[in-house]
Design a protein around this ligand. Structure first.
Ligand code: PA5
Length: 429
């Protein structure tokens, strides 16, 4: 399985001897756990270390949820929801009236209206809750959980506890204490894996399995990537290639990366990416600002700015080689819409032509281009792809001399809100 990296410039020219040395040091630092932030490098060898018993346990719990519930409500924010949301959306079949279990997310925003409408929607359905928080103290999901826990207790009485699952740290946090007190089933987020790198732990696997997807294949894809990217080769390792190119562009005066896709199912992969790269790299006054577009939709809105606005952007396409479904433009008897010139063309081929046209136009407009292509949207390839991005992100941050695994900036707003709302122990100065 391969991820192809295509760059509008000359990749090999970027590989100076100094850069090769730095990359080799980064590679060693990641794999010998000696790099900065090493305490949070557990994700790198995690897929390969997952035991069959762990996967079996998740699958059995997911099966139980599926057989007793119509809806699984997943409460979490940031890394505690985006990974599973990304995979579930990428594998979804839209417009289907199915009796399959529905996964709904909460706690990623604070809205009384959202929670009221959600609880009204749940009223005539069987429900399971999975609250996910590594720290076990994040306010937004905790607020959602307070309401939804009460809802479950009113509806299910002393059976509520068997319908509430908690995914949190093994040793600390208010959520862990609460789970023990109430006797909720607990899943552990390993201490050496941070939120945005946790998609292959119970954080991602339980909701993904409950949605009916094959987590064994997902993990197999990640394991394959773990093996592939464990080899240091600047010519063939796509995680290194992508990191090198985007960092070269950053140094060359392009601090904004536009992640582009033609596939609506990848919108939440883009959201996951924005968190992964934004939170990992944006520190110490440095870092590429990640943003995203969906084409052709955004060619008719942001496309104008990308082509012609302030020059600070580079664009990275995420392309799927083989679409799951397609249509071919047919010859119409009366060519009233003047589209017969397209007859015989598949819609995927249209998008490939659009990709070519957009790349050429944006490049001519001063926007350097990267295209990342992977084979198809299924569990195996997604596992490979998400691991690829995590590894590329680690290389990228280390190339900028940044610790990819902390998020000091996120803490600032949190302590401000505690002060504004008079949380005990916080004083507004
Ligand atoms: O990547 C991270 O660590 C963060 O984005 C967290 O996932 C996010 O802040 C949620 O934290 P928690 O899982 O502790 O509730």
């Amino acid at each position: 399985m391969n991820i192809l990296v295509n760059y509008s410039g000359d990749y090999l020219q970027l590989l100076t001897p100094e850069l090769e040395n730095k990359l080799q040091a980064i590679h060693l630092g990641i794999h010998t756990k000696s790099a900065e932030g090493a305490d949070y490098l557990g994700w790198a060898e995690w897929p390969g270390s997952i035991s069959p018993a762990f996967l079996q346990d998740i699958k059995e719990t997911a099966e139980r949820i599926r057989s007793t519930s119509d809806v699984l409500v997943v409460i979490g924010i940031g890394g505690s929801y985006l990974g599973s949301k990304a995979v579930i959306e990428a594998l979804s079949t839209p417009f289907q009236n199915s009796n399959d279990l529905e996964v709904i997310f909460a706690g990623h925003l604070v809205s009384g209206e959202y929670l009221k409408q959600l609880m009204a929607y749940l009223d005539n359905k069987e429900v399971t809750l999975n609250i996910i928080s590594k720290s076990g103290t994040t306010t937004e999901p905790a607020i959602a959980f307070r309401f939804l826990q009460q809802y479950m207790e009113k509806r299910y009485g002393n059976q509520a506890a068997s319908r509430i699952l908690v995914t949190t740290d093994e040793e600390k946090g208010a959520l862990r204490t609460l789970a023990i007190e109430k006797g909720y089933r607990r899943y552990v987020i390993p201490g050496n894996i941070g939120g945005r790198y946790s998609v292959f732990t119970a954080v991602g696997l339980l909701p993904i399995a409950a949605a009916g997807h094959d987590i064994e294949k997902l993990i197999n894809g990640a394991r394959e990537a773990e093996k592939e990217f464990g080899v240091f080769d600047t010519n063939s390792n796509p995680a290194i290639q992508y990191a090198v190119i985007r960092n070269y562009l950053y140094d060359a005066g392009y601090p904004v990366e536009i992640m582009a896709t033609f596939d609506e199912k990848l919108i939440y992969v883009q959201e996951w990416l924005k968190q992964l790269f934004g939170e990992s790299e944006g520190k110490d006054g440095k870092g590429i600002f990640p943003t995203s577009v969906l084409y052709s939709t955004d060619l008719h809105s942001l496309g104008q700015y990308i082509q012609d606005g302030k020059r600070m952007l580079f664009e990275s396409f995420l392309m799927v080689e083989k679409p799951a479904g397609d249509l071919t433009v047919f010859e119409a008897e009366n060519d009233g819409d003047e589209l017969n010139y397209l007859s015989g063309l598949t819609l995927h081929e249209f998008n490939l032509a659009c990709h070519e046209a957009t790349k050429t136009a944006h490049l001519a407009g001063g926007v350097p281009q990267i295209s990342l292509t992977f084979e198809q949207l299924d569990e195996q390839h997604l596992g490979h792809l998400l691991y690829f991005y995590m590894m590329a992100c680690a290389y990228s941050a280390y190339l900028l001399d940044i610790n990819p695994f902390d998020q000091p900036g996120v803490e600032d707003y949190k302590s401000n809100i505690f002060k504004i709302l008079n949380k005990p122990g916080y004083i507004l100065l």
